[in-house]
Design a protein around this ligand. Structure first.
Ligand SMILES: *Cc1c(COP(=O)(O)O)cnc(C)c1O
Length: 362
């Protein structure tokens, strides 16, 4: 059977490396000689212990983490983290800073406010339709944490460097750029990422917490909403999202085997995004929506001269086997999501289509 796969630019759930999918397929009926599928194996078995510990080890190796960090897997997506973070870290007399750079930050802020937590927003790019990343942010030195969205999936902006916080731990939603580049981990108390952009299937959120930060968490919470529960039980207090964790491990292995390091992964991503931004910048037809110094290497957002042309562009691309190029329904326009798994072949197909579409319609 020949399988027809498209050039997949979906924002999330998004493309996974083909070799990872093939590996899953090949071992799906008989995982490691168990005679069972990974979806049928007990999470209390040695088979699954090896799977989860392998994923954790690979995450730690890639990010160069020592034993001062927990790597946890939590269900409920990044959206549950919006609620869990203030729940765990903001007591009655605590306050946190939230930097507002788009739709997801706004949701994170809302979840903290809903719980009547004290938070401030020291910087926001809402005044210009979230088209940029604020600079020279003055954070409150008494804040418990400073929350950022490292990559704004919908608006197409990304923190190229991280804010100066005078030692206040950063808490970052990295759903759409985790493992896309090396990180100055000493700045972070917690990072989290819903898996379905850059890591694996939906249903799992990876949460990396510095141990000393976690020890300051509120310990008076329902078990499933407390980070301490996950840390104490290696994310297996209840049945974890086994298939998701397994796939994440394979994706991290793929990064290690294909690129070797996050430095090399970042080089690859910079090159990919550069190809697209170069085409957009040298054209009067395509218009980037994010300001130049704030552009995302993961989600390239752009407009065409009219909404009608944008419609034709998305439809014409789909006919040529290029999918997922429609912008988020809240902002319109076009968006190419080019996470780690996007290949040079994907980029070549896209730029070729964009050039020919401009020639025909420009
Ligand atoms: C997709 C996304 C989310 C939402 O993730 P869910 O897993 O659906 O809750 C949150 N933040 C960012 C930056 C995202 O890209």
């Amino acid at each position: 059977m020949t399988v027809q796969r498209i050039h997949n630019f979906n924002a999330g759930p998004a493309a996974l490396p083909l070799s990872v999918l093939e590996k899953i397929q090949a071992s799906f009926l008989d995982f490691n000689g168990s005679g069972m599928s990974i979806t049928e194996i007990s999470h209390r078995s040695s088979y699954f212990d090896a799977v989860i510990n392998d994923a954790i080890d690979r995450a730690k190796t890639l990010l160069k983490l020592d034993d001062n960090y927990h790597v946890l897997f939590v269900q409920g997506g990044a959206s549950l983290q919006f609620a869990m973070i203030p729940m765990n870290f903001l007591g009655q007399n605590d306050t946190a800073d939230y930097i507002n750079t788009g739709t997801w930050s706004t949701k994170a802020i809302k979840e903290a406010q809903m719980q009547k937590k004290s938070i401030q927003v020291p910087a926001s790019s809402e005044d210009n339709n979230f088209s940029y990343i604020p600079q020279n942010i003055q954070c409150n030195p008494a804040a418990r944490y400073v929350h950022i969205t490292s990559n704004n999936t919908i608006k197409g902006t990304q923190f190229a460097t991280f804010p100066q916080t005078n030692g206040v731990p950063l808490v970052a939603d990295m759903s759409s750029d985790i493992f896309s580049r090396p990180l100055p981990m000493e700045k972070f108390g917690l990072i989290y990422a819903g898996a379905q952009k850059n890591l694996g299937p939906s249903g799992t959120c990876m949460v990396i917490i510095r141990k000393d930060f976690m020890e300051t968490a509120n310990d008076n919470l329902p078990s499933m909403l407390s980070y301490a529960t996950y840390a104490a039980k290696n994310s297996m207090y209840n049945t974890p999202p086994c298939f998701g964790i397994y796939t994440i491990g394979l994706v991290l292995q793929w990064i290690q085997q294909t690129f070797g390091s996050l430095e090399k992964m970042a080089e690859h991503n910079t090159k990919k995004a550069g190809i697209l931004y170069d085409l957009i910048d040298t054209s009067d037809f395509y218009q980037a929506t994010a300001q130049k110094d704030s552009r995302s290497l993961m989600n390239v957002t752009f407009r065409l001269p009219s909404e009608e042309l944008e419609k034709q562009f998305v439809a014409g691309a789909a006919q040529k086997g290029l999918g997922g190029l429609k912008g988020h329904r809240s902002v319109g326009g076009c968006r190419a999501s080019i996470y780690n798994a996007a290949t040079m072949e994907n980029m070549a197909a896209l730029t070729e289509f964009m050039a020919s579409f401009e020639k025909e319609n420009g």
